[in-house]
Every structure is written in C-alpha cells, then in structure tokens.
Ligand binder design. Structure first.
Ligand SMILES: Nc1ncnc2c1ncn2[C@@H]1O[C@H](COP(=O)(O)OP(=O)(O)OP(=O)(O)O)[C@@H](O)[C@H]1O
Ligand SMILES: [Mg+2]
Length: 322
C-alpha cells in the first residue's frame, strides 16, 4: 500500500548573481512514499542539496524557488515562516554531512534532543530528557546515559552523527532528508550509520531521502535512485535497474567510475573525462554532451525529453532504445 508523504513538482531554484541568473535546479519532481528510501546521486554542483534546501525553506535571499512541494496536505513552499517552523523538525527533518553545523556547541546533547520535544510536542523537561535517553539508545549511542550530559565536542564524529540523527528523529518526522550523512566518516562507521538509517526507516515507515555523490552508498539502502546532472534529473528508476542496467550514459559512466565491494566485474575503473558543468555555464542541449562519447548534433542542440522504459532517462540515445 503506497502512501505519498512528500510530493515535489517541477521544482526550480534560480540564483540572482552579479553575473546573471544561475539555474541551480530545473524541473525537479519526486514522490516519496512511506517506508521508501530514494537516493539522489550526482557529482558536485549537480543541484542535489539545493533541491532539498529549497523544500526545507533554507535557501539564501538571492534564490528564487518555483514549483510546488507538499507534505501530506501542507504546502512547504511559500507557506510562511510560522507554518514552516511548525512542520520543520516535527514532520520533516534534514541532517547534514557535518553534525557540527546543526548541533549547538555549547549545549549538552540531552538538552538539544529534549528542546524540540518541549517545543513541538509540549513535553515537560523531565519527560523530554527521558525520551532523549530512549532516542540515544535507539540510534545506538554507547553509554547513552553519560552522553546525555556531554557536549558535542566530547564525542567522536560517528557519535556526533548519531546524535544529530537522534535530534532529527525526536519528533517522529514522516520524512528525513539526509544530505551526505556519512561522507566525513571512515568506511566502517559509514556502513554502521547507513544501516542504522535503513533500520529506522523500516521501523518507523519513514520516507528517507539519501543525498550522495556515491552510487555505492545508495546500493544497499535505497529503493529508487534519481541521478542529477547540471541541475536536472537525468535518470530515475528502481535501484536494481539503475545499478545493473542504467540507460543514461552519465549513470553508466558513474557506475564505471565507482569501486564496488561486491564487484565481480573484470572491467577496469574509468574516471569520467572532464568536469561537471557549473550551472552558471551550462552546455547547450544535453548538459552532459561534452563528456559523452555518443553525443551527436541533436545532443548539442536539444534538451532531451524524459523517455519511459526500464528506467526513465533524459537522453536522445538511451541504452536499450531500438
Ligand atoms: N548562494 C549561491 N549563489 C549562487 N549560486 C549558488 C549558490 N548556492 C549554490 N549555487 C549554485 O547551485 C549549484 C548546485 O549546488 P548544490 O549545492 O545543490 O550541489 P550538490 O549537487 O549538492 O553538490 P555537492 O555534491 O558538492 O554537495 C552550485 O554549483 C552553484 O552553482
Ligand atoms: Mg550538496
């Protein structure tokens, strides 16, 4: 049974800069179901973070946002700061690569978790602290009772990341957006945090958005994957299809450039030639064409439409086309 939690339609983000308008995100749409994890993948500058910062109302003043984003029956875009503050933290939460950007340095861990429970759920300080302890245990923070009274700088990077997840989950949000939550961590801790997120998602039937530049990270956790390039979704589909037989040349190149633990392929790793484009200077037509071996005149001139198939791919010559 599907239940759509978050629905994003034709989202766009444009920046006004001294050099002109920069289209950071174009025509981004996503329906996130309860209990589903969608991975958002792409190189630096692809527009991954901007898309979700827009949904959370966290963009700077020189950004203009278009399209719609709804959480159940509530509109997230242009709903006003009071309505947004009621939804953020309570029904939709976001975590980031560096926990120190979201944790308050001079506040004890327990108080930071309890704060939103007092604010959004009206719990007493005592009940909120008891719940904070529960949450620390749920996110598998060792020695949780002692940690309640520690400051963020007293914890390791992995423990801080777990605390940030506990803060985000305190009010039982329907949707959690995790933006590169494991990039700064070593491989073992990275795997532990990912399996924790997957488990929490399953237990709570939460919708999880996992933003990463690493297709390997989504492999074990995501149900669906959206690949972004130059501010647009270029391919989307079920994780199995996307990892085994992607149709867009960019997704195929990403796969070839990525080491995999379960790798039984004999093909060598190949880096994608060239650099991802800056949204301020996007190539004409398909933005990937300068780096694509199969590009022709159509690719240089026309923006490809999204073609249905095993996956949805925005390419003039997708793999598997007749
Ligand atoms: N304040 C800003 N002013 C102008 N342009 C901006 C601003 N913030 C972001 N952008 C543009 O938006 C583009 C997309 O940024 P975004 O942070 O979404 O990339 P990303 O896919 O999350 O990359 P990364 O993997 O590096 O986090 C940037 O390359 C930049 O050109
Ligand atoms: Mg980012």
């Amino acid at each position: 049974m599907n239940r759509t939690l978050l629905s994003i339609r034709e989202l766009s983000v444009r920046y006004s800069t001294p050099d002109g308008i920069v289209p950071a995100v174009n025509d981004f749409s996503l329906d996130l179901q309860a209990g589903e994890c969608v991975g958002i993948v792409g190189e630096s500058g692809a527009g991954k973070s901007q898309s979700f910062l827009a949904v959370m109302g966290l963009l700077p003043g020189n950004a203009t946002v278009g399209g719609t984003a709804t959480l159940g029956s509530e509109s997230l875009l242009g709903c006003g700061i009071d309505a947004l503050n009621r939804l953020r933290g309570a029904r939709i939460a976001m975590i980031f690569q560096d926990p120190m950007t979201s944790l308050t340095p001079h506040m004890r861990v327990g108080e930071q978790i309890a704060e939103s429970l007092v604010l959004h759920k009206g719990l007493s300080q005592t009940d909120a602290m008891a719940r904070a302890l529960d949450l620390l245990q749920q996110v598998q923070v060792t020695d949780a009772r002692r940690r309640l009274h520690q400051y963020p700088h007293e914890l390791s990077g992995g423990m801080r990341q777990r605390v940030m997840i506990a803060v985000a989950l305190a009010c039982d949000p329907e949707v959690l957006i995790a933006d590169e939550p494991t990039t700064a961590l070593d491989v073992t801790v990275q795997a532990q945090i990912l399996s924790l997120l997957a488990e929490l998602k399953r237990e709570r039937r939460m919708g999880l958005v996992l933003v990463t530049h690493d297709l390997g990270v989504v492999a074990g956790v995501a149900d669906r994957v959206l690949v972004m390039y130059g501010g647009r979704v270029v391919e989307s589909g079920a994780v199995g299809e996307m990892l085994v037989s992607p149709r867009h040349p960019y997704t195929r190149a990403l796969l070839r450039s990525m080491p995999r633990i379960d790798d039984d392929r004999t093909a060598p790793l190949t880096a994608i030639p060239g650099q991802p484009p800056s949204p301020a200077k996007l190539p004409s037509g398909c933005a990937f064409h300068p780096r694509c071996a199969g590009a022709d005149a159509a690719c240089r001139d026309q923006l490809p439409a999204m073609l249905e198939g095993r996956t949805r791919a925005a390419c003039h010559h997708p793999e598997g086309a007749s």
